[in-house]
Write a protein that binds this ligand. Sequence first.
Ligand code: NAD
Length: 323
Amino acid sequence: MARPKVVITGGAGFIGSHVADALVREADVVAVDHLKAGKRANLEGALKSGATLRKQDLLRGDLGPIFRGADLVYHFAANPDVRLGREGTKPLIDENILATYRVLEACRGAKVPKVAFTSTSTIYGEASVVPTPEDYAPLAPISIYGATKLADEALLSAYAHTFGVQAVIFRMANVVGGRSGHGVVVDLVRKLARDPKHLEILGSDPGTAKSYVYIDDVVAGISTGVRAADQPVSVYNLGSDDTIAVRSLADAICDELGLTDVEYRWTGGAGGGRGWAGDVRVMQLAIDRIKSKGWRPRKTSEAAIRAAAKDAWASVGTPKPRA
Ligand SMILES: NC(=O)c1ccc[n+]([C@@H]2O[C@H](COP(=O)([O-])OP(=O)(O)OC[C@H]3O[C@@H](n4cnc5c(N)ncnc54)[C@H](O)[C@@H]3O)[C@@H](O)[C@H]2O)c1
């Protein structure tokens, strides 16, 4: 049987490059990325094993030829920052909603049968049921990022039912691990590299309590969900079985890096422990659905944070974390 062709948008990013590594043995992998956040270096291993990289902005040009002949598209490209940047809301609308619309149009034109999509826990907003299951309602995001991802899910559902492009949607907790360029672990590790004695932390002590999931678990979960999906639209939460507060997370990072007597300086943030407006205070996803397909997270939130801290430190530099 011919090897399947898979296209990974955002393939030079954190999650995309790890999925490329996992797929390259069994499929012809085409990574598509404009390389603004993503890096060619992230794909070094996959490229050596036969993957190809197309430098392309999904917001420009004719995307049709990229997707022609694809058996499966992993649409991961996005602006992944929940916290609004200085540029405001428009980049999120463009890079998340408009780019997804253009990808779906190209998939429809190229008759791509299946799209896997990285959605997020933030579509649930401040859920009254925690751990939050996939059928929780009402879906009321409190961040622009969450709103864009919910809009994407609506588009995916409509393209599945109208044009037959099957959708597999992964609503993920905070994903951490090597090659990540954003998020609390990377932020805190970079700050500690600059000043190992003081640590500025967004929010107020003890901070938000959220679920963190390690990249290896996410790659395995996406593989499980894609294989199991048998509906026009399948939705899977992906996360760990617990939460960790930001204070404990900072303690775990300092401990993992062998740093003692670090003075924490809380910024106060947006109140109620939130680091910024739009930050959810408590997040844990019910993961029974993906577990029923045979997947289990191997790491707790704390174990994921510790492993990710080591990964981040290795890319930042001195001093050395504990062996
Ligand atoms: N990391 C997390 O904790 C997390 C949690 C939930 C969902 N997600 C989602 O997972 C996906 C991957 O996130 P990530 O953490 O790997 O982020 P990332 O920034 O490392 O990867 C995204 C990649 O997409 C590329 N990209 C963005 N816009 C593009 C465009 N218009 N054209 C071409 N390339 C473009 C970037 O260059 C980058 O390489 C995103 O959809 C994100 O919203 C991430």
